[in-house]
Design a binder for this molecule. Structure first.
Ligand SMILES: [Zn+2]
Length: 689
């Protein structure tokens, strides 16, 4: 939830982040235009009735969602640009014939091995077979525990990139400790499901029942393609097991409560509190035998999943392990398997009819496993010191606006205000790219071995994570690559990152009127800064420690205001049968309204008494709000949007644009009147900061 936007779970290997699209917000604007994209607006819509359509209506009308896309919008369009640039860098790496062991050579060998479909077909199931054989010979629950432990990966992230999903039994996240923010701690999160969330297993709607039936058919098909017999019965047992796991999973909204998550267990506690799994064997196989303590995010799920290891037949677990292994590598297995995976996870679950071109998926995988190696070259090539300086100045102005807002709050206790100011003082803001880069020398990339490259890459990432356990925290570390179009707040480090790839038009254009930059990237910067003070930010102090630095009366006021915001979003219905979940999306919605408010203040202050530049007859205030609304231009496949409503802490885009209704300045800017659909009487506008 700390991101500005969450793409659908990347644990699903075919993460539809970005592809080449012919339709693009920036390209739609005239070539020499700097500022809002007027051609994208629908000025026949009253801003007070539907601000999203007013700002983006013509773009929505003329934009067709390509069949290989889950979603399209500015984020994806810039993602395409970033991908094209990254491809250029990769192609240069391929041509360079760099020395063995160098980053450039690893990039080239990884990408080439991904692209060589002929080799993948001719190698066939051989690399998979070896791993499946290891599962087939498991004879005892103890050996099962060993296999489960060996499959643990660093594939979840509770607070930064907010990925709560892993198909492995559990997931590891290494981050500064809740109770000792100076050192890295081991967080363990629930897992075990292939589908994105428990709701897919438990939901009673016809759609969910239909998905479950198709899921079982899909499992059977995957097992058959991998050479198993009796696959219908195996699929049935796997579905039953995952259903039992899903029943004990915590919901996404529950996962977001960090106080509920702060449960320290020693290694001995696992056997006492969660009997069933042979924990000693599990941790030994995971390389964690020496790790004394863990923070267990969802203890009830650990108790239940461990008990299921004991109570469910060994054969069922072996089927589950084999099936999960096949899914994890299907993308780099022969086409029949990759296509079957796509048919279920992308077509049925996300409504994407068509597979993206292979090179785009290859770039995604390079970014995932060699992200810093490519990012280092990307930042040098595509991010200028001038752009960095201007973005630095904007962040400083928005932080200053937050300072003034905090000082002016009538309800906040002086001691709380002082700690809030201290948080702003120690906040580390990364602009463009990190100060240090990951060392890939221990990652062995081999030409022509994509299965092995993927396997070793995930293992390398895991070993990189566990090697940090107990070590001193680097507060300047990033959790996102420079070539990623997104932004993130890292609450345990009290740090923000704005990658190079988001700091470009239309979000950020040094030649656009200031109002436009503040409405666009400024709203995003404000969003991330606001997370420092939201429901979870209020739980971490200026050193990133878990400490409730709010007084009880501060909290009462905050909870009352935020409850009104949750109610506002609960009333939004993207589909007649599905509402936004105001509680699940609360932290993000707070960040949107607070971010827009602070960015607006910062923009006004940046004028320093000078007249505000206008554009094409729009006042500067209008430009600010339209630019903010245009951040959220997007279109999704229906299944994708439904999945987002169920599994994403961010509200659908049209409601994010509409949050301008909470800002007083929006009303005179567009002469919004009572009776218009978004109109809120002054007492009903939610002001958090
Ligand atoms: Zn956020």
């Amino acid at each position: 939830m700390r991101l500005i936007l969450k793409f659908l779970p990347c644990a699903i290997a075919l993460c539809a982040l970005s592809t080449l699209a012919p339709l693009a917000v920036p390209q739609d604007a005239p070539k020499d235009a700097h500022g809002i994209a007027i051609a994208n607006m629908d000025q026949s819509v009253k801003p007070g009735d539907d601000f999203f359509r007013y700002a983006n209506g013509n773009w929505i009308k003329r934009t067709e969602l390509p069949p290989d896309r889950r979603r399209i919008g500015i984020f994806n369009t810039l993602g395409d640009l970033s991908n094209k640039r990254t491809l250029t860098l990769i192609e240069e790496a391929v041509k360079a014939n760099a020395p063995a062991g160098s980053n450039v050579r690893k990039i080239a060998d990884f990408y080439n091995s991904y692209m060589d479909e002929g080799a993948i077909e001719s190698i066939g199931l051989a690399p998979l077979r070896q791993r499946l054989d290891a599962i087939a010979v498991i004879r005892t629950k103890r050996e099962l525990a060993r296999a489960l432990g060996a499959s643990l990966r660093a594939d979840v992230d509770a607070l930064n990139n907010t990925n709560f999903h892993t198909p492995n039994l559990f997931g590891l996240w290494v981050a500064p400790g809740f109770n000792d923010s100076e050192h890295y701690a081991a967080y363990l999160l629930q897992g075990g499901l292939q589908m994105p969330d428990r709701e897919y297993y438990l939901g009673s709607s016809e759609r969910m029942r239909d998905i479950r039936a198709k899921y079982q058919v899909h499992i059977s098909a995957m097992l058959k393609l991998a050479g198993f017999t009796d696959t219908d019965a195996r699929a049935q047992r796997i579905v039953d097991l995952e259903h039992a796991i899903a029943e004990k999973h915590r919901t996404l909204a529950e996962n977001e409560d960090i106080h509920e998550a702060n449960n320290t267990w020693t290694q001995a506690d696992f056997s006492a509190k969660a009997p069933g799994l042979d924990w000693t064997e599990y941790f030994r196989a995971a390389g964690l035998a020496q790790q004394d303590s863990f923070i267990v995010w969802q203890p009830t799920a650990f108790v239940a999943e461990s008990a299921l290891v004991a109570s469910t037949e060994l054969e069922t677990w072996k089927n589950w392990l084999a099936y999960h292994l096949i899914e994890a590598y299907a993308e780099v297995l022969p086409k029949a398997l990759a296509d079957e995976r796509f048919a279920f996870f992308d077509k049925i679950l996300s409504g994407t009819p068509q597979q993206r071109p292979r090179w785009q998926r290859g770039v995604d995988q390079v970014n995932r496993l060699l992200g810093d190696a490519v990012g280092q070259i990307y930042a040098k090539r595509y991010f200028t010191p001038e752009a960095k300086a201007q973005a630095d100045a904007m962040v400083a102005n928005i932080i200053a606006a937050f300072r003034r807002r905090i000082d002016a709050l009538s309800w906040m206790d002086p001691a709380t205000k002082a700690e809030a100011q201290a948080k702003l003082t120690t906040l580390y803001v990364g602009i463009g790219y990190p100060e240090t880069w990951r060392d890939y020398s221990a990652y062995d990339v081999k030409a022509g071995d994509i299965f092995g490259n993927l396997w070793r890459g995930r293992l390398f990432d895991y070993q990189h994570s566990i090697a940090r356990l107990g070590g001193a925290v680097d507060r300047k570390e990033w959790s996102m690559e420079p070539q990623t179009v997104n932004a993130v707040n890292l609450p345990l480090q009290n740090a923000l990152s704005f990658p190079a790839a988001i700091l470009q038009p239309p979000f950020f254009d040094p030649l656009a009127p200031a109002a436009v930059n503040y409405g666009a990237i400024g709203g995003i910067m404000g969003h991330e800064i606001s997370h420092t003070f939201d429901t979870e930010g209020s739980a971490f102090d200026s050193k990133g420690r878990v400490r409730n630095w709010w007084t009880p009366s501060d909290l009462v006021h905050f909870n009352a205001s935020t409850a009104r915001l949750a109610a506002q979003y609960d009333a939004y219905k993207p589909f007649p049968d599905l509402s936004v979940n105001g509680k699940q999306t609360l932290a993000e919605n707070i960040a949107d309204v607070a971010g827009a408010s602070a960015a607006y203040d910062a923009y006004r202050a940046s004028l320093d008494g000078k007249p505000a530049p206008t554009q094409d007859g729009f006042t500067a205030d209008q430009l600010f709000f339209i630019a903010f609304g245009q951040n959220w231009a997007s279109k999704s496949q229906e299944a994708t949007l439904r999945q987002q409503v169920l599994t994403d802490p961010h509200s659908p885009s049209q409601f994010r644009a509409a949050t301008v209704r909470n800002l007083d300045a929006w009303y005179p800017a567009f002469e919004v009147q009572p009776g218009e659909k978004l109109y809120l009487a002054p007492p009903d506008r939610v002001r958090i900061w």
